[in-house]
Design a protein around this ligand. Structure first.
Ligand code: PEP
Length: 255
């Protein structure tokens, strides 16, 4: 099954006008072709980064989106329609930091996915277990619950235009990476789960791994059959590190 590799950089609450210009300029100069590269800067910087990306195939993602569909009195929120309006193609939903620090529930994540689909945006849906959940043998149950909430609310068809990201919470920003074998096991489990609903959608669904992906562990992760790329946090802020991950993704497709 051919699936193009995808590398997405989640800048989180980092960046400045000056730093963004330097980072994006380095990326546009040396990014490999034939893989999908997505950048998720803070929403405030999306338009500036978009202008800099003119003529490049690098796509943009929001880091979050409002669960409300209609414009209105929702102070601080940014709707899917607004992202579509400025030419953003994706948005991250269900990131563990949103689940942990902003009490986002499975059902809220599902609503956000629907809002994105209504506007023709693709969700990057994050799922992942905590360390305690992994150690008590619940990793599969947790990611299955998180993904099923989206499928049950939006329909499996949503996954025909979505990216799934497996991000074990214990590996995010900690320097601990799941072994390629452990990550592959959960990716295969997730794909199998989608197969129960729709085999074709499951076959084409890109499943990214996220959690301390760096230049030196990317190639071994990308060599796994169900790991279709990476969602990168910390290393996406350093041009040469992010580029090395992108080049590892490209090399894994050639090899
Ligand atoms: C993330 O926040 O999605 C992430 C994977 O972060 P890091 O690469 O820093 O672990």
């Amino acid at each position: 099954m051919y699936r193009k590799k995808i590398v997405a950089g989640n800048w989180k609450m980092n960046g400045s006008v000056t730093k963004n210009v330097q980072l994006v300029s380095a990326l546009t100069q040396s990014a490999p072709d034939n893989i999908e590269i997505i950048l998720a800067p803070p929403a405030l910087y999306l338009s500036g980064v978009k202008a800099q990306l003119m003529g490049s195939s690098i796509a943009l993602a929001g880091q979050n989106v409002a669960a409300e569909g209609q414009a209105g009195a929702y102070t601080g929120e940014i709707s899917a329609q607004m992202f579509a309006d400025i030419g953003v193609s994706y948005a991250i939903v269900g990131h563990s930091e949103r689940r942990q620090y902003y009490a986002e529930t499975d059902s809220l994540v599902a609503k956000k996915c629907l809002r994105l689909r209504e506007q023709g945006l693709k969700p990057i849906i994050c799922v992942g277990e905590s360390l305690a959940e992994r150690e008590s043998g619940q990793a599969e149950a947790v990611v299955s619950r998180q993904l099923k909430a989206v499928i049950d609310y939006c329909g499996v068809e949503l996954l025909a235009d979505a990216i799934l990201a497996y991000e074990p919470v214990w590996a995010i920003g900690t320097g601990k990476t799941a072994t390629p074998h452990d990550a592959q096991a959960i990716h295969a489990f997730l794909r199998q789960l989608v197969t129960i609903y729709d085999k074709n959608i499951a076959n084409y669904l890109p499943i990214l791994y996220g959690g301390s992906v760096k230049a030196d562990n990317a190639a071994s992760l990308f060599s796994m059959p169900d790991i279709d790329g990476a969602l990168v946090g910390g290393a996406s802020l350093v041009a040469q590190d992010f580029l090395a991950i992108c080049h590892a993704a490209k090399a894994s497709m050639v090899g």
